[in-house]
Write a protein that binds this ligand. Structure first.
Ligand code: DHB
Ligand code: FE
Length: 324
């Protein structure tokens, strides 16, 4: 049986990709951002997922504004990097997992989530930047196949947070009904608070972002009740990208272990948020990353709790350096 072992939330600021591609990662401005992902890369190298599902949004690269599916599942064998105005990014072509993707499409659509099936698609910074942050900048190939799930957050109306959370649950059911023994990590990308244009351009709301991250771990159902207007008011027009994190969260256990968190302001116009949440259930068969929440005893539950507290403390310490 396939299983989702963990969820990763990460911003996808395009300038992070440009900093990588143009050798600027050691500049102090960018080092502050990249240093927050060093531990995450180690975690990912240990987790070694067999497949990653990356929930992201296309920024009018693959779909343009002429046609915008609400939820589009990438079922192709490969997804080349899109040309976003400076030529395609120098990252490897993203290889898909057509068999699992087709299985997910069948399961989720028969579960009454009407996904769009996409058999040809280029992927933009929304997908490639979080991949870089967690997998580094490989020369030839990404370490695992990827199933992209593109969500409309660029043209009104995007899906509600609740719909996203419920789609996450349907994705989990789909993954768990796939017979092959696969460890899957799911990414929720975008956000956190940012507004790119208009009189409020540059808006960042760290307090709101941090409360979102706290609730993502502890009380995600509360987040599912946030209306679009609140995201817009509190986190800026582009802050609506945060609904995608609820797909990732919906695909996890109700209780998870927060094993890492990072928050810094700003990168380009955006508050960079990042979180790693592990499912607690003991995986059958395949091995799990060290520090994974295999909790059945009260002792290990306490360990999980103190890890979460440490993660939150770390986040605040890091955030206080760069928070406006
Ligand atoms: C920026 C952030 C985004 O999420 C995006 O898609 C485009 C630009 C920015 O901060 O500049
Ligand atoms: Fe974006």
């Amino acid at each position: 049986m396939a299983r989702i072992i963990a969820g990763v939330g990460s911003s996808h600021v395009p300038a992070i990709g440009a900093a990588l591609d143009n050798g600027k990662t050691e500049e102090p401005y960018w080092k502050r951002v990249f240093s927050g992902f060093e531990k995450s890369k180690q975690w990912m190298a240990q987790a070694k997922p067999d497949v990653a599902i990356v929930v992201y949004n296309d920024h009018a690269s693959a779909f343009s504004v002429e046609m915008i599916p609400t939820f589009a599942l990438g079922c192709a064998a490969e997804f080349p990097p899109a040309d976003e105005g400076w030529g395609p990014r120098p990252v490897p072509v993203v290889k898909g997992h057509p068999a699992l993707a087709a299985h997910i499409a069948q399961s989720v659509i028969l579960d009454e989530f009407d996904l769009t099936i996409v058999n040809k698609m280029e992927v933009d910074h929304g997908l490639t930047v979080p991949m870089n942050l967690l997998f580094g900048q490989p020369k030839d190939a990404w370490p695992c196949p990827v199933i992209p799930l593109a969500v409309n957050v660029v043209m009104y109306p995007p899906p509600t947070g609740h719909r996203c959370y419920m789609l996450g649950k349907a994705l989990r059911k789909a993954v768990e009904s796939y017979p092959e023994d696969l460890n899957v990590v799911i990414f929720g990308t975008g956000g956190l608070s940012h507004q790119i244009s208009g009189p409020r351009a540059g808006l960042i709301n760290s307090k709101w972002d941090k409360s979102f991250l706290d609730n993502l771990t502890r009380d995600p159902k509360k987040l599912t009740r946030i209306p679009h207007i609140e995201y817009m008011r509190e986190a800026g027009a582009e802050g609506i990208e945060m609904v995608m994190w609820l797909i990732m969260r919906g695909a996890l256990d109700d209780k998870v272990d927060e094993v890492y968190r990072f928050y810094t302001v700003p990168a380009s116009n955006t508050a960079v948020g990042h979180i790693i949440l592990e499912n607690r259930r003991k995986a059958a068969g395949k091995s799990r990353p060290a520090g994974s929440g295999k909790t059945t005893t009260s002792k290990s539950k306490t360990a999980g709790k103190s890890r979460q507290a440490a993660a939150r403390k770390g986040a605040h310490r890091i955030a206080s350096k760069g928070t406006r």
